[in-house]
Design a protein around this ligand. Structure first.
Ligand code: AMP
Ligand code: MG
Length: 307
């Protein structure tokens, strides 16, 4: 079977220490060889990401993960169920790992995920080494779920954007679960709901999930939430039954999975100061994936720039 030419190109770029934008089942990732310190530093530079914000390492399977982190047996049932998939685990970092120091941002723990997207899996298989990849967007701005949005957000800072023929299935970042202390806790809501995991969320704090800034995922235009009647000039991002004022609708059927898939691309589309004065978003029920969607929207709407 002949290899996809863009995989061959991506492998060559990773091997020479460059960054590549990769579609995943969550959002687009900005990937570099996780064992190459200079390559990892290029990720931080391209995104304008603060050095205290650790990166998630992406691996092909659990065997690779076990060479990087110490995975406690209590994590196995969740890994059996959700790997490959949108679950990141935070576990103690193994001292003998080949992962470059900046990936963990000086912490004694590491975030690891086995992605499911077929293109990302093919790339991991061909490259043969772990790939560090945060979301492919300028730091604290909207995440991207299409190649076009990545090009708008990062432009020439990325050598190659792999195509998105097979889309980002969830459209929301991975759910992060901390397994580094005896009681596992959710550090970030994401593509797998809290109801499905049956775990509590850890209290927010500077040390638990560094980089989860209050202002995050932000568009250029001001964002107003829980709006039923938009102001004149505002774009109206609706959810549920169609109405005449809506500009776009996250899910006319009121389906949170569909809304998650559409969220970032619709926000990118509406984030246009030439057409609109702001973006007003309809209320989204705060359960199941709605919790992750509301977390993104609240961070996007805040003006407080603190952890
Ligand atoms: P991003 O890939 O851009 O969605 O960001 C990854 C997020 O994963 C970071 O903002 C951290 O909150 C979280 N993360 C990664 N590694 C760790 C870790 N070792 N401990 C706690 N949180 C982590
Ligand atoms: Mg991100």
């Amino acid at each position: 079977m002949s290899l996809d030419p863009q995989i061959i190109q991506a492998v060559a770029l990773l091997a020479q220490g460059d960054v590549v934008a990769i579609p995943t089942e969550t959002v687009y990732g900005l990937g570099a060889d996780a064992t190459n310190e200079l390559a990892v530093q290029k990720i931080f530079k391209a995104k304008g990401r603060p050095s205290f914000n650790p990166l998630i390492v992406h691996v092909l399977n659990r065997q690779w993960a076990e060479k990087i982190g110490s995975i406690p047996p209590q994590a196995y049932p969740l890994l059996d169920q959700y790997w490959p998939g949108p679950l990141t685990i935070v576990v103690p970092l193994l001292p003998q790992t080949t992962v470059a120091p900046s990936v963990a941002a000086g912490l004694q723990t590491i975030g690891i995920r086995v992605p499911k997207h077929p293109l990302f899996r093919k790339l991991l298989e061909q490259y043969g080494k772990p790939i560090a990849a945060p979301s492919a967007n300028a730091s604290n701005t909207l995440s991207c779920t299409t190649a076009e949005d990545v090009a708008k957000s990062l432009g020439s800072k990325v050598s190659l954007i792999l195509d998105d023929t097979f889309p980002c299935e969830y459209g929301l970042e991975s759910t992060i679960v901390d397994f580094s202390s005896p009681i596992p806790r959710i550090l970030r809501h994401g593509a797998i709901s809290q109801e499905a995991l049956q775990l509590l969320k850890a209290p927010e704090g500077p040390l638990k999930a560094p980089g989860q800034m209050k202002r995050h995922y932000a568009p250029h235009l001001p964002l107003r939430l829980n709006v039923t009647v938009p102001h004149p000039g505002e774009a109206f991002l609706n959810f549920g039954s169609a109405c005449p004022q809506e500009t776009l609708n996250l899910s006319p059927e009121g389906n949170p999975e569909e809304a998650g898939r559409n969220l970032f691309h619709m926000l990118h589309t509406l984030d246009n100061p030439v057409r609109f004065s702001g973006i007003a978003v309809a209320p989204i029920p705060n359960k199941e994936l709605g919790v992750a969607i509301n977390d993104r929207l609240q961070r996007a709407a805040t003006t407080e720039d603190t952890p």
